[in-house]
Design a protein around this ligand. Structure first.
Ligand code: AOS
Ligand code: ZN
Ligand code: ZN
Length: 384
C-alpha cells in the first residue's frame, strides 16, 4: 500500500545536457557560467541534488560527455554527492547516418552504429552505470525511399547485436518518438514498436517513455499502465510539450497530465525503487536559468507524486466496484486539488534542507562564482 513516506525513496535523474547552452535551430543563447566540460556539468547537477535531495544521478551523453578517464569522472561525481546514471548513445550527428544508423541499408554503417554502443558499454563499466539508453532517429522522409519492413529487419538484427554487448545487470532502454528528424516514417515511432523489439530481445530490454514524443491528445497514462502491466517500463524522459518535442520544464505545460501519469505509477507501485523505473528528465533550458530550471522541474515531479500518493486507493477501488463514476472521479480530483507545497517544504525542513530550494540556490552565490570562473562554456551540442 502506497503512503506519503514513499517520497523518501523516490529519485529523479538529471540530463547532463540540461546544463549546457541550448536553443532552437534559430538561436542558441549563451548563458554566463555554463559548464566548460562534463566535470562542471556534474557539479551543476549536484547543486540540484544539494537543494532538493531528490536528484542523485546524472545521465551522460556520448560523445557530448567524452572524457579521457571515466573512473575519474565517476569519482568526481561521488565527491559531489551524485552518481552516473544512464549512458545515452548518439546516432544522429554523423554524416554516415544520413539514411539511418542501426537500420541503415549499408551494413558498414550499421556496424559503425553498433560499435558506438560497444564504446558506450565501456563507459558504463567504468562509471558503474547500468542503463544504456538508445534513442533511434532513423526513418525515412518519402514514401518508397526505403522498405519499411526491411528497415525493421535490419533494426532487429542490429538491436540484437547491441543487446549482446550488455553485462548481466545492465539494461537496454529503447526510446520511441513519433516524428523528427524523419517525417514520413520513424523506425521506432511508438510504444508498440519499442515494446515489440524489447520483447524479442529479452528481459534486459525496456521501453523509455519521453512525454514529448506523442501526437497531441495521446493518453500517455494509458501507455504507462500498459507498459507497467507488461513489466517493460524502463524509464521516463520527463519534459513538457505544448506542440511537439518542446523539451520544456516538466509539469509546466500540463501539471494535470503529470499527475495522471504519476497516479498510474502509484497504482502499480512503480514509484518504489524495486520497480526499476528510472525517472529521468530530458529537457533543455533555452532562455531560463538552467540549474534553477532543473530544481523547479524536480520539485514539479515531486509535487505530482505527492498528490498521487494522496489518492485514497481504498475509497477509489470501492467507488469503482460500485460503479460510482462521479465518486471515483472525485477521489482522484480531491488528491489533485490538494495544495501539497507547504507539507513538502515541511518535509524538506525535517531533512535539513531549505524550505525553498530555488530561493536557497539563488542566495547561495554559486551562479556568480561559476560565472566569474567559467569562460567559454559549452553548448549542449543539440537543442532537443
Ligand atoms: C530525442 O528527441 C530524445 O528525446 C532523446 O532522448 C534525447 O533528447 C537525446 O538523445 C539527448 O541525449
Ligand atoms: Zn528523450
Ligand atoms: Zn525528444
Amino acid at each position: 500500500m502506497s503512503s506519503p513516506a514513499d517520497l523518501d525513496t523516490f529519485t529523479i535523474e538529471l540530463p547532463s545536457w540540461a546544463f549546457g547552452n541550448a536553443g532552437t535551430r534559430f538561436k542558441v543563447f549563451a548563458t554566463p557560467g555554463v559548464p566548460r566540460d562534463p566535470y562542471e556539468k556534474i557539479s551543476d547537477a549536484a547543486q540540484v541534488h544539494r537543494y532538493t535531495g531528490l536528484a542523485p544521478r546524472v545521465s551522460l551523453h556520448i560523445p557530448w560527455d567524452l572524457v579521457d578517464d571515466y573512473d575519474a569522472l565517476a569519482r568526481h561525481a561521488a565527491d559531489e554527492g551524485v552518481s552516473i546514471g544512464a549512458i545515452n548513445s548518439n546516432l544522429f550527428q554523423d554524416d554516415d547516418y544520413r539514411l539511418g544508423s542501426l537500420a541503415n541499408p549499408s551494413k558498414a554503417v550499421r556496424d559503425k552504429a553498433i560499435a558506438h554502443h560497444a564504446a558506450c558499454v565501456d563507459v558504463m563499466r567504468a562509471t558503474g552505470s547500468t542503463d544504456l539508453k538508445l534513442w533511434l532517429p532513423d526513418g525515412t522522409n518519402y514514401p518508397g525511399q526505403d522498405s519499411i519492413r526491411a528497415r525493421q529487419d535490419r533494426l532487429a538484427d542490429s538491436l540484437q547485436q547491441v543487446y549482446a554487448l550488455l553485462d548481466p545487470g545492465h539494461r537496454l532502454l529503447i526510446e520511441y518518438k513519433l516524428f523528427e528528424p524523419s517525417f514520413y516514417t520513424m523506425d521506432i515511432p511508438d510504444w508498440g514498436t519499442a515494446l515489440t523489439h524489447c520483447l524479442a530481445l529479452g528481459d534486459q530490454a525496456n521501453v523509455v517513455l519521453d512525454t514529448g514524443h506523442h501526437a497531441p491528445s495521446t493518453n500517455i497514462e494509458f501507455i504507462v499502465a500498459m507498459l507497467l502491466r507488461a513489466g517493460r517500463l524502463g524509464a521516463f524522459d520527463f519534459n513538457s510539450r505544448f506542440y511537439a518535442d518542446d523539451d520544456l520544464m516538466v509539469g509546466a505545460a500540463d501539471p494535470f497530465q503529470l499527475f495522471r501519469i504519476l497516479n498510474e505509477i502509484v497504482e502499480q507501485d512503480a514509484h518504489l525503487p524495486a520497480s526499476g523505473v528510472n525517472f529521468m528528465l530530458d529537457q533543455c533550458h533555452n532562455i531560463e536559468p538552467k540549474i534553477q530550471g532543473q530544481i523547479r522541474s524536480v520539485l514539479n515531479v515531486e509535487e505530482a507524486l505527492a498528490k498521487a500518493l494522496l489518492v485514497d486507493r481504498a475509497a477509489l477501488t470501492a467507488a469503482q466496484q460500485e460503479g460510482d463514476v462521479l465518486g471515483a472521479h472525485a477521489v482522484v480530483m480531491d488528491a489533485y486539488n490538494t495544495d501539497v507545497r507547504r507539507s513538502l517544504a515541511d518535509r524538506r525542513e525535517d531533512k535539513g534542507l531549505e524550505r525553498d530550494p530555488v530561493a536557497a540556490f539563488r542566495a547561495s552565490g554559486y551562479l556568480d562564482r561559476v560565472s566569474a570562473e567559467r569562460v567559454g562554456g559549452l553548448q549542449a551540442s543539440w537543442g532537443a
